[in-house]
Design a binder for this molecule. Sequence first.
Ligand SMILES: O=C([O-])[C@@H](O)[C@@H](O)[C@H](O)[C@@H](O)C(=O)[O-]
Ligand SMILES: [Mg+2]
Length: 430
Amino acid sequence: MSQPIPRIVRATVTPILISDPPLLNVLGVHQPYTPRTIVELETDTGATGVGETYGDTEYLEVARNLAKAVIGKPLTALNGLHDLAYDSAGLTPGTVNEFDPAGLRGARTNEKIVRSVVSAFEVASLDTLGKALGLPVHALLGGKVRDRVDYSGYLFYRWAEHPVEDAPRDDWGAALDPEGVVRQARRFTDTYGFRSFKLKGGVFPPEQEIAAIKALAEAFPDHPLRLDPNGGWSVESSVRVAEELDGKLEYLEDPTTGIDGMAEVRARTGALLATNMCVTTFGEIPEAFAKDAVQVVLSDHHYWGGLHATRELAALCRTHGVALSMHSNTHLGISLAAMTHVASVIPDLEYACDSHRPWQTEDVITEPHRFTGGAVEVSDAPGLGVELDRDALATLHERWIELDGFRDRDDVAAMRQADPTWVQPPLPRW
Ligand SMILES: O=C([O-])[C@@H](O)[C@@H](O)[C@H](O)[C@@H](O)C(=O)[O-]
Ligand SMILES: [Mg+2]
């Protein structure tokens, strides 16, 4: 006998601020706190679930509107969330900003904002449904093909401390030269067992970053390495770096901006190129693939629109002989759980995924994930397999209310705290 599909009776959107270390990138430095949005759903049968996404103001507004619009909808109405988000926010597709000021993931468009918000509601729905059925999220996606998902150690040039008073501190120390980067990699590997590394570049002139990769290659000869300057180099610089590091990199990530620039670097060097900047939406795929501009797409289930959308992307990539792996921005355990579930159901995942999570000291789940051997175990518990820590959520929300200067991530403004003359660097920087 068929059961009625549970309907959503409560949708709560909670903005939070999480502490973040002074990690450097091509634009500047991370602020001491970064915003995230936590979504909770409840159905008329009493089942609940959670999702997480970006927390900048524009995302939050769309999330608040969608939270009202989903009330009364069936829990399984996932395919309608995209249009519901547009309608409830009164948005139309369009570019908001050619360059996303909050996180180096290509242009900021309404489509990406909407998809990022939808992803949190989709994940929360799947968590709720999984808990109601007693099934893990990976089972709702067709079932896992691996028990553990590999992540790569995400190395950053960084300062020891933020240049402002009362900022959160940690004991990682500075990493501003090859020795510092190798030291950081050593601690990452000792603590979490990472078996590959990605270095966030675009911070220093390419020669210094080449030296850091060479130092890593010498210290960790068995660890695949990646370098990602977020489009910080011209085509000429990218070609030079690719030639200098020939044979030392697993792939080069977004050496330069734009599909044409990436295609030229590929044509001139044969280097394997990955991106989370020039292919960030389905509409960018045909041109990029036709021009052979990228060989690895770094999906982010937030801005690609959720876990089902990530699987659709995986199918497209597979069809075109392009690999799929995963991008990451600052996030907490709900997103890590979602990433791990979706990564577990993609058969041809060749590369370890990215995750910022080891840099976060806080979480909103009661039992934060552990990286062992560089991997996270895929949970077989119902839903995502995480439980919301309500006290932690309340504390981080209180912080969001109090520190109203951190509503939007802004790495350029954070850098100005140390250097008042700092302006957004035009790309390419080198
Ligand atoms: O957090 C950062 O500084 C990263 O640069 C992030 O914003 C990027 O989106 C990302 O990690 C990347 O791979 O480009
Ligand atoms: Mg990247």
